[in-house]
Write a protein that binds this ligand. Structure first.
Ligand code: SF4
Ligand code: SF4
Length: 339
């Protein structure tokens, strides 16, 4: 008896390198700490069908398998209906790890005894973590992704942020399966990044390629390359440099994308030896601004902006309805991350 082997969808490093070299690289950040497995599975399915190169997820248990399920479903659909989903691509799954106090790895923390119930924080929270229940502020830690908009909104010093646990611990040096790694440098010095890399070399050595995320708001245009250049030299292969601007704010304002564009321009001016990829406040206008600024970047990562729009469809539908509307949802998603 012959057994038909099921082909496993596998990302292509060659294709990813080509996308980086030609400036068409697209990453979708879909696994922040507030995203459920069902959401990640559907987001991955949709963004695989419209050709994303990388799906970026948080290193939480179950999220990797959820993303894999999304890729397999997309692969099967694209095999069956190649004319319907011609843009399908098998994305690499990237996990983020934290080399410093990075803002992507925190959650809000409340001292409720001091809360005067003014509800100002509720107005600012985009994730639904803060809501009004019977005239009082209610907080869901699960839905919080640590953007800190509520910290700024609170005039009564009720809210702070605490680090959440998605960090490799000293005695638990394993974050499960992944294709690629992103190292968030947070507020680390170059020396601290170096120590982090040495300590986590087993994890990092398993990655097919590496991205390093830099919070550009820490530096002025002169300081930025002074920090970035020695960080790049810590790696033996060419890395993706994620130039993070105003992150986790939805990227909906025209101006939200300008911080990452200005920082990338400063790095391009210095001819840094890395694939420059924008993130943080990126939206439907980013590509156009890149063209207008004459930037020669490798790609763009889309986070809250693209995720929020697609999640509104994903959360609305039961499975049958979701699948019936998949073509329409994929068309919208594709328009959000197009070059
Ligand atoms: S505003 Fe941001 S940090 Fe505050 S609760 Fe909402 S998601 Fe969390
Ligand atoms: S802004 Fe501060 S004081 Fe006002 S409801 Fe929120 S936590 Fe309480």
């Amino acid at each position: 008896m012959t057994v038909n082997k099921v082909k496993k969808p596998q990302f292509s490093l060659k294709k990813i390198t080509k996308a980086l070299e030609t400036g068409s690289f697209r990453k979708v950040i879909c696994g922040a700490s507030n995203t459920s497995e069902k959401q990640v599975e559907r987001l991955t399915l949709v963004y695989s069908l419209c050709g994303a190169d990388v799906i970026d997820i948080a290193p939480q248990k179950g999220i990797y398998t959820a993303a894999k399920r999304g890729i397999i479903k997309a692969y099967e659909l694209a095999e069956k209906q190649p004319g319907i989903y011609p843009g399908f691509n098998v994305p690499a799954i990237m996990k983020s790890i934290n080399a410093g106090k990075d803002k992507h790895f925190r959650k809000a923390d409340f001292n409720l005894q001091r809360c005067v119930q003014c509800l100002e924080c509720v107005k600012q929270c985009q994730s639904g973590a803060l809501t009004e229940v019977d005239g009082k502020t209610s907080f869901s830690s699960e839905k919080c992704y640590g953007c800190a908009s509520c910290v700024e909104a609170c005039q009564h010093n009720v809210i702070t942020t605490t680090a959440n646990p998605f960090i490799p611990e000293k005695d638990k040096n394993d974050i499960g399966k992944f294709d690629a790694i992103e190292i968030h440098t947070g507020n680390s010095s170059v020396e601290e990044v170096k120590t982090f890399l040495e300590f986590n070399k087993t994890i990092i050595g398993r990655a097919a390629f590496i991205s390093v995320s830099i919070d550009s708001t820490r530096f002025n245009n002169k300081e930025l390359p002074e920090y970035v250049n020695p960080v790049i030299k810590l790696f033996s292969k060419k890395i993706i440099l994620q130039v993070d601007g105003i992150s986790m704010r939805g990227g909906s304002k025209n101006s939200s994308t300008l911080q990452t564009i200005a920082a990338a321009a400063a790095l391009q001016e210095e001819k840094v030896d890395a694939y420059i990829q924008l993130a943080g406040g990126t939206n439907h206008l980013t590509s156009e601004f890149v063209r207008l600024a004459g930037l020669n970047i490798s790609g763009i990562a889309y986070g809250t902006f693209a995720k929020k729009i697609i999640l509104s469809y994903i959360e609305e539908y039961e499975e049958k309805e979701f699948m019936a509307n998949l073509y329409k949802i994929t068309a919208v998603a594709g328009s959000l991350i197009k070059n």
